[in-house]
Design a protein around this ligand. Structure first.
Ligand code: GRG
Length: 298
């Protein structure tokens, strides 16, 4: 068993507990609770919480309840974004995480409201932690910025508005730095904020996560072309049909693979540089490897 596998088996249940306890105790309406828990329990990979936890470990600090709470809050924002993205008014998907999408099971209205409650609940969860006020403020402001009109929401709007138009490489990259990248950057930088790092380290973490976020998106685009619906637990081959701008669409598959490797090399190099300061990067390195294409698709 790899270090990452055994570590995540012992650590992720603590994030799951925060997620479930929060929804159980904060959703008064039974149907709303059911709808929120349906998507929370649908078997996401928990990449963003893993990045929060691994960054804290990398920076030489122990994992406290506050770290698990911030990781859970981030997963709540991510889960809300998937519920809303799947709605008929957006991507109109009926399969997510290998299951029927939230609106297919609960109806559009409840799905929208479950997403709203997960998003707002994330801020309540962080605000209620026992972190020092300055850290809490920083995390709340950064999460709002990352999720909102300068972050993920901005990226999603860009994505919708640019369907059926051709974006350049730099326009596509700017779109994804917001749509997918902003929450991945929050995951890593929050580890730095939680452990009280100075601005120089926070900037390096942000730089590392920017490359990781792009790698994540290029890989996701490649898998839409190369993987099956069963392998992904969501419909594949959709991007081209929807007239979406994608890395393989713009660059071709071979060059998109090269772009993925380039982003991962940049991420490695930044991590190595940070490791010179005495940090142990082995877990984060293993997580970076998860962003490579699996064997058979490389
Ligand atoms: C609705 C405001 C709003 C935003 C939605 C994130 C997003 C923006 C849309 C999701 C659509 C999509 C395919 C994005 C590309 C990459 C991505 C975020 C994939 C899903 O994340 P994973 O692979 O999913 O971490 P799991 O299910 O494992 O959590």
């Amino acid at each position: 068993m790899s270090t990452l596998t055994s570590w995540q088996e012992s650590e992720l249940p603590k994030v799951e507990k925060q997620l479930k306890d929060f929804v159980q105790t904060h959703a008064e309406n039974e149907q709303l609770k059911e709808s929120m828990l349906y998507s929370i329990n649908a078997g996401g990979k928990r990449i963003r919480p893993l990045l929060v936890l691994a960054t804290v470990e990398f920076l030489g600090h122990s994992l406290t309840q506050q770290v698990y709470q911030v990781a859970a809050a981030l997963e709540m924002v991510h889960t809300y974004s998937l519920i809303h993205d799947d709605l008929p008014a957006m991507d109109d998907d009926d399969l997510r995480r290998g299951q029927a999408t939230n609106h297919v099971v609960f109806g559009d209205a409840l799905a929208i409201l479950a997403g709203d409650a997960l998003l707002t609940g994330a801020f309540e969860l962080i605000a209620g932690t026992k972190l020092a006020s300055y850290k809490k403020n920083h995390l709340l402001r950064l999460l709002a910025k990352s999720a909102g009109a300068r972050g993920m929401v901005a990226g999603q709007v860009n994505d919708i508005q640019s369907e059926q138009q051709s974006l350049s490489f730099s326009e596509l990259t700017a779109l994804h730095q917001k749509k997918t990248g902003a929450l991945i950057r929050f995951a890593v930088v929050s580890g730095g904020i939680l452990t009280g790092q100075d601005e120089k380290v926070l900037n390096q973490l942000d730089d590392f996560a920017t490359h990781l976020g792009l790698a994540f998106q290029i890989r996701d685009d490649l898998l839409d072309v190369l993987a099956t619906t069963e392998q992904m637990g969501k419909k594949t081959q959709k991007d081209e049909l929807a007239g979406k701008n994608t890395y393989p669409g713009l660059l071709g598959i071979a060059q998109a693979k090269t772009a993925l490797s380039t982003e991962l090399e940049h991420a490695h190099a930044i991590l190595e540089n940070l490791s010179l300061d005495g940090f142990n990067s082995s877990l984060l390195e293993e997580i970076v490897q998860l962003f490579e294409l699996e064997r058979g698709k490389e």
